[in-house]
Design a protein around this ligand. Structure first.
Ligand SMILES: [Zn+2]
Length: 389
């Protein structure tokens, strides 16, 4: 059956303190968009002009012993920490989001990275001591749904697909900014993963530099070059050939526990196609598949131990994508999931050796755990019954 064509409607609003807020809702073409009534009163649909300038923006300092930046956001110490359900600041009608919504993306009230006027260039830090520069960039909240008790794994699949489209839209905005080098779309799910609000949400950080791990991945991408199809084609091909760590796949994506997994139950989802270095290069069909395979993995995590999972399977999720650097089309869009639980009652800690040396010790072989995840239904990747045009 052909999917129903929909369009995703975006409504830009300026918040009281100057922050930008975008609502994303969808409606079938040639129908009265059912969501529009929800937005009555939201008359400020002009795209925001200008930018909020924080009184005290974050700064970043160069660490010459590790050759990396650390971001200092002292103003974040006072931010809301696990408020009660009634005081949730991202429920509709409360503090941040006065109206009903489907998906909302807005600038964080206490951002780690923000707009700072002036020259955006960063001095060459390589041999610098005590170098401090403003932490330019953006930090967004991405609210997946207005349902406080909703969960990504159990959202309607068409809503997950709308979320993929909203991520992509925001990504394209941020990566175009002159001060931005890298955009991270991520989620800290579960209190043990550092989540400060229970309401389902993720975040986006737009960085003014390429963070160390991405610099390494990009370095390896360049090292392999076009040899035997390059780094990412070989990673994907070897997983496909071995089969033992595969969890799910579609025409466009492969989800597997990588041969080199550092965390128990770590799953990566790679785009299979050459040239897909970010959400921007994906076809609408690939974006539907991405929604399906992301939710497939999320459901497996929820199902793995069910109610026996003492901590509710806290998981870190990051989308790794490069689209600005020279030749970044050789990079491959992928998602990395890091579950922080290694058994129904035990958490996986990033302990001394992991933190102090960067070398991980994994108590289990990915091949064995992949079998457990494969057995945690569902088996097939479902596709949303809509397509956005
Ligand atoms: Zn809420």
């Amino acid at each position: 059956m052909n999917p129903t064509p929909y369009k995703l409607q975006k409504t830009d609003v300026r918040m009281d303190d100057g922050r930008t807020l975008s609502y994303y809702d969808y409606a079938a073409l040639e129908q009265t968009p059912p969501f529009l009534e929800l937005h009555q009163g939201a008359a400020q649909t002009d795209p925001p002009t200008g930018q909020r300038v924080l009184e005290k923006a974050s700064e970043m300092r160069w660490n010459p012993t590790r050759a990396e930046w650390t971001v200092y956001a002292a103003h974040r110490m006072n931010r809301v920490q696990l408020p009660s359900r009634d005081a949730c600041p991202i429920c509709p009608g409360v503090l941040e989001l006065p109206l009903n919504y489907q998906i909302a993306i807005f600038e964080n009230r206490s951002p780690s990275l923000s707009y700072v006027p002036g020259d955006v260039s960063i001095p060459d830090p390589r041999e610098a001591f005590e170098l401090t520069v403003p932490a330019r960039g953006r930090a967004d909240m991405v609210v997946y749904s207005q349902d406080h008790d909703g969960r990504f794994a159990w959202m309607a699949l068409s809503d997950v697909y709308a979320l993929v489209e909203a991520w992509r839209d925001r990504y394209s905005q941020h990566i175009a900014l002159p001060e931005v080098e890298f955009v991270s779309i991520f989620e800290n799910k579960g209190r043990e993963a550092g989540m400060t609000l229970d309401h389902p949400h993720g975040q986006i950080y737009a960085f003014p530099f390429l963070p160390p791990y991405l610099e390494k991945q990009w370095g390896q991408t360049q090292l392999f070059g076009e040899k035997n199809g390059g780094l990412w084609n070989q990673v994907v091909e070897k997983e496909l050939k071995d089969e033992s760590r595969i969890i799910a796949q579609t025409d466009g994506f492969l989800a597997a526990m990588p041969f080199y997994a550092r965390y128990p139950y770590e799953v990566h989802i790679w785009a299979k196609r050459d040239g897909v270095s970010s959400l921007l290069e994906m076809t609408p069909q690939e974006r539907r598949e991405l929604a399906g395979i992301m939710q497939n993995i999320a459901q497996r995590y929820e199902n793995l131990w069910g109610k026996d999972a003492v901590y509710g399977f806290p998981t870190l999720m990051l989308m790794q994508q490069l689209s600005k650097q020279l030749g970044a089309e050789r990079f491959r869009f992928h998602i990395e999931f890091y579950p922080l639980q290694r058994s129904p009652e035990k958490l996986k800690y990033r302990a001394s050796i992991e933190t102090g040396t960067g070398t991980f010790l994994n108590d289990a072989l990915p091949e064995n755990q992949a079998a457990e995840l494969r057995a945690a239904a569902p088996h097939d990747v479902a596709l949303p019954d809509v397509i956005f045009e």
